[in-house]
Design a protein around this ligand. Structure first.
Ligand code: 0L1
Ligand code: MG
Length: 265
């Protein structure tokens, strides 16, 4: 932790406030407005504390997600390095369900390459090739992000504390072994209300989504964790996220991994 927190905030009170904002669908200003010392590692402490609370209330840990692994995301959010957050079963959106507007504040949708792990992966020192060797299947996915911060305004500390704007996610119809894909070239078209508004390939994610997976394993090792067999890993938004208000429709069309459709409810 970088310096004593002013304004009465500390790891425990920020964690409690963020979970309350999530439960009450309440947005707020970033904590770093008052507590500039809330850095990435302090954010991770807050994230870990809230993971414990999520588990205590019955959620199951099912994997991890990366945030800000693409240049498109980094430039839009003004935070220029990637980081890791937790996925629980409460974040799974059943295929065909609409964006859960009743649970989220201001949802946005982003396309992701998603891994299901066949083997445990433990850093430090994991390379892209080692990481890909531990992957069982690759999927296209949609993450429905939601920030507890007004207008998605945050620093690295704020957003890591906020579990990387976690909301919900859904995976597409086709899972393939990694050897059957050239992931750097796997493309996605982002279609909103019938108009293609963005596109990218897997190379947008750290040059190759396997690099993001390696980064996650190495970052988690620093925090005393491994990526477990069977876990789901969201490797980070390939493009900027699109708004998903009620009445909207979003389709993410992957080259080989099928299409993911989400209506705004
Ligand atoms: O709100 C955000 O955009 C931060 C989380 C980033 C998620 C991602 O890059 O996949
Ligand atoms: Mg994401």
């Amino acid at each position: 932790m970088a310096g004593p927190p002013p304004g009465g905030w500390d790891v425990a009170s920020v964690a409690a406030e963020l979970l309350a904002c999530e439960d009450e669908r309440r947005e707020r200003e970033p904590f770093t407005d008052d507590w500039p010392g809330l850095d990435l590692d302090t954010g991770y402490e807050i994230q870990d504390l809230n993971l414990q609370k999520r588990l205590e209330r019955g959620e199951k840990l099912i994997g991890v997600k990366l945030g800000l692994t693409s240049r498109a995301k980094q430039e839009r959010m003004g935070v220029h390095f990637p980081f890791v957050a937790w996925l629980t079963d409460a974040m799974v959106l059943p295929v065909g369900d609409p964006v859960p507007q009743g649970k989220l504040i201001h949802p946005r949708i982003e396309p992701e390459i998603v891994f299901v792990m066949g083997d445990r992966l433990e850093g430090p020192g994991v390379t892209c090739a080692e990481a890909m060797g531990a992957v069982e299947t690759v999927w296209g996915g949609a993450e429905v992000i939601d920030s507890r911060y007004k207008d998605f305004r945050f620093t690295a500390g704020d957003v890591s504390a906020d579990n990387a704007s976690s909301g919900a996610f859904v995976t597409g119809p086709i899972g393939l072994p990694p050897a059957e894909l050239d992931l750097a070239l796997e493309a996605v078209l982002v279609e909103t209300n019938g108009v293609v508004v963005d596109s990218a390939t897997g190379a947008a994610v750290q040059g190759h989504p396997g690099e993001a997976l390696a980064l996650a394993a190495n970052d988690l090792a620093r925090r005393g964790h491994a990526i477990e067999a069977g876990w789901i890993v969201l490797t980070g938004g390939m493009t900027d996220a699109v708004f998903a208000p009620p009445g909207s429709s979003t389709a993410l069309h992957f080259t080989n991994l099928g299409s993911v459709f989400l209506n705004g409810g």
